[in-house]
Design a protein around this ligand. Structure first.
Ligand SMILES: NC(=O)c1ccc[n+]([C@@H]2O[C@H](COP(=O)([O-])OP(=O)(O)OC[C@H]3O[C@@H](n4cnc5c(N)ncnc54)[C@H](OP(=O)(O)O)[C@@H]3O)[C@@H](O)[C@H]2O)c1
Length: 299
């Protein structure tokens, strides 16, 4: 299959692209920095130099591909409109990478919610994440192509493309390295569903290679509280102090989006549909076990 992927130099896109190339697919990948071309070719991805704002380029690449994967941004509407324009009427698949912070509740780390979403549960989305939800719905409701939204949770594991690090756990680790204390938002009783990057790759491959996949899928293979992840990071890094930040302190450190939604919220989901319909069987089960046994220590 000829596949066009955005975010080819990133954590998800680079690893997914490399995985699919190794599985025999022909991959062209969007990169905005020409200096990364050789490194992309070395992992089996032919670079296409451009940005998410190059609508004509995105539409042309989508039109010539058998399938399109967006891994650059869960929120960039113009890029999605361009990819849709390129796919219009083709019946081909657009696999969009979304994220479960859209169901995050702003509890500043201090409340454990009992609310767990699966694909049949109406999502509860706050105003700040509404645009992401609407973009997912735009893709799912577009006729003439197969729109698939994979709503990833907290992804962990080492990236095998050009970017080895994910978003949430590496942010805590970098902060701990710099400050000597593992810092989390509030008490850290808030829980996030988690998924290993290798299992994400397997899910994307299943979605792409089946001729009939369409619709919304969560991706998750376990869940942990931030307190549990912080304890595991502290043990792994041999750090004794865990500090509990107020939301204001966390926003000052990480910015509003990361502090409130990525680190301070609950985001608990179950990937029922991928398991039931696609036979997806995640091999990993626990971000805490990965931190304890496999996570690289920061340099
Ligand atoms: N990692 C997670 O746990 C997770 C979970 C759920 C959802 N998500 C979402 O998935 C998306 C990708 O996440 P990630 O962790 O893979 O992030 P990442 O490592 O920062 O990768 C982002 C990729 O998109 C590219 N990109 C960004 N803006 C671009 C633009 N304007 N034009 C062209 N390329 C652009 C980056 O290029 P450069 O290399 O040039 O910067 C990079 O290749 C994000 O929207 C993220 O919020 C992530």
């Amino acid at each position: 299959m000829h596949i066009f992927i955005t975010g080819a130099t990133g954590y998800i896109g680079g690893t997914v692209g490399r995985h699919l190339a190794a599985a025999g697919h022909v991959i062209r990948g969007l990169a905005r920095d020409p200096a990364k071309s050789d490194a992309l070719r070395a992992i089996g991805i032919e670079p296409v130099i451009g940005t998410l704002d190059d609508s004509a380029l995105l539409a042309a690449e989508a039109a010539r591909a058998d399938a399109v994967i967006n891994c650059a941004s869960s929120d960039h509407r113009p890029a999605i409109e361009a990819l849709i324009a390129g796919l219009a009427g083709s019946g081909k698949i657009l696999l969009h990478t979304s994220g479960s912070s859209q169901v995050g509740d702003a509890v500043a780390g201090n409340v454990l919610t009992g609310q767990i979403f699966d694909e049949s549960t109406p999502l509860v989305v706050g105003a700040e994440k509404w645009a992401r939800y609407e973009l997912d719905q735009r893709i799912l409701a577009t006729p003439g192509m197969r729109g698939v939204v994979v709503c990833n949770t907290l992804i962990y594991g080492h990236g095998k493309g050009l970017q080895p690090d994910s978003v949430q756990i590496p942010a805590l680790v970098a902060q701990a390295r710099d400050s000597g204390a593992v810092r989390i938002v509030g008490r850290g009783v808030n829980r996030w569903s988690t998924v290993h990057l290798d299992d994400v790759c397997a899910l994307y491959q299943l979605v792409l290679e089946r001729p009939d996949t369409q619709g919304f899928y969560f991706a998750e293979n376990g869940e942990s509280s931030y307190a549990e992840m912080a304890e595991a990071i502290a043990r792994r890094m041999r750090i004794e102090r865990i500090e509990h930040l107020s939301e204001e302190e966390a926003i000052a450190l990480w910015g509003l989006n990361k502090a409130r939604y990525s680190l301070g919220s609950n985001s608990r989901v179950r990937a029922l549909r991928a398991r039931r319909e696609l036979g997806w069987q995640p091999r990993h089960a626990s971000a805490v076990a990965w931190i304890a046994n496999e996570m690289a220590l920061p340099g």
